[in-house]
Design a protein around this ligand. Structure first.
Ligand SMILES: C[S@@+](CC[C@H](N)C(=O)[O-])C[C@H]1O[C@@H](n2cnc3c(N)ncnc32)[C@H](O)[C@@H]1O
Length: 354
């Protein structure tokens, strides 16, 4: 129990987004700074770890975007939250099949955790890749930002509304170091921001990705200057319904949100209607939000799997189809995961979306 104190640092009380930021990203004790969470041996598995085909499809999508943007001579791609670097590792290999694109593209990685940065650097020993903290380092565009399970890993705020007043959720410690939840009057700035979103009207329990939106605001300013797009794939929903979606996972099983702090992953489901509204407010064009299954199928994952399977032994074929099922089936990730594309570019023709 005393270990709970670690995540309050020197504060007695913290809004839950600040608290979970410490739990996940504290430089010493934070979950993402002390272990590799991904894969069978970790706590959860993400699409790039299920099959390389997922990342190959992203590679093809990126090259197709570059073509529909008119094959510009300066072209940047930036992975948001690259985890253990599996996706970019496959991108680098796949881009070799497209020499014209490969010779001009620049790859950047944007990562909060110093520990994961080290893991990524070990996996991707390519001196052309750059890890950046500040998007201002990229001067000439266009630019494609993309992230798989990036947004759901950025801690959210929670509020309740009582009549027309808003209260924000905080955590504090009691005398036995037990974490207690309390609500305090929300700041005027937060109330004003929440009220500005139609999607959040009429809710009495509100999840608000304030830090996530601060990240997206920086991205959106960059895209406004250089042109380009952002593709985000995340576990999420279309209609908010007053649900608390914060969840914790450890060793592939549900974990009590306030237990095993720093040893378990904590995420919130992404409100895609709210994301959509954010991008529209910031002057983006949006394609219809689609499911991961629709996106991967539109990009030809089944055909690609058939070609690969033709060169495989039977045992390898069944493993491949098992993995594709996990990506596509509504029972696994196919429909729970959604894909949003927001863009600022003359063309409306973007692969994967109608
Ligand atoms: C759930 S993991 C997903 C990893 C990887 N994309 C995958 O699909 O396997 C979330 C990733 O986003 C990173 N991350 C979270 N918040 C971030 C932020 N504000 N800036 C940069 N990276 C962040 C985490 O450290 C981690 O690499």
């Amino acid at each position: 129990m005393k270990s709970n104190k670690l995540f309050f640092k020197n504060s007695k009380i913290l809004p839950i987004d600040k608290f979970f930021k410490n739990v996940l990203y504290d430089k010493k004790f934070g979950y993402y700074n002390s272990r590799i969470p991904f894969g069978e041996k970790g706590d959860f598995i993400t699409s790039p770890k299920i099959s390389n085909l997922f990342s190959e499809i992203i590679a093809i999508w990126i090259v197709a975007c570059w073509e529909s943007f008119g094959k510009p001579k300066n072209f940047n791609i930036i992975e948001l939250g690259p985890g253990d670097g599996s996706l970019t590792d496959v991108l680098i290999r796949s881009f070799k099949q497209f020499p014209e694109f490969n010779s001009i593209k620049k790859i950047f990685l944007y990562e909060e955790s110093n520990y994961l940065k080290k893991i990524q650097k070990r996996k991707i020993s390519n001196n052309k890749i750059k890890w950046i903290k500040n998007f201002n380092e990229i001067k000439k565009g266009p630019i494609i930002f993309f992230g798989n399970e990036f947004f759901d890993a950025i801690p959210i705020k929670q509020f309740k509304r009582v009549k027309n007043s808003f209260y924000e959720k905080y955590y504090t410690l009691d005398n036995n170091y037990k974490i207690k939840e309390i609500f305090k009057k929300a700041s005027n700035t937060d109330v004003k921001e929440i009220k500005s979103y139609k999607t959040l009207r009429n809710l009495n329990f509100i999840e608000f990705p304030k830090s996530g939106f601060q990240e997206l605001l920086k991205i959106s300013q960059k895209i406004s200057k250089l042109k380009g797009c952002i593709l985000m794939i995340d576990y999420g929903y279309f209609k908010p319904n007053n649900k608390n979606t914060l969840q914790s996972v450890m060793k592939h099983k549900k974990n009590n949100l306030l237990k095993n702090l720093g040893k378990a992953d904590v995420t919130a489901h992404v409100n895609f209607a709210l994301l959509n509204e954010f991008f529209i407010k910031n002057g983006f064009k949006i394609k219809n939000i689609i499911t991961q299954r629709q996106f991967l199928e539109n990009m030809g994952i089944i055909e690609r799997a058939r070609i690969l399977a033709g060169k495989m032994k039977f045992s390898e074929q069944s493993d491949l189809y098992f993995r594709i099922q996990r990506l596509l089936s509504p029972r696994y990730m196919g429909e729970l995961f959604k894909v949003i594309l927001a863009y600022k570019f003359e063309t409306n023709k973007i692969a994967g979306f109608k």
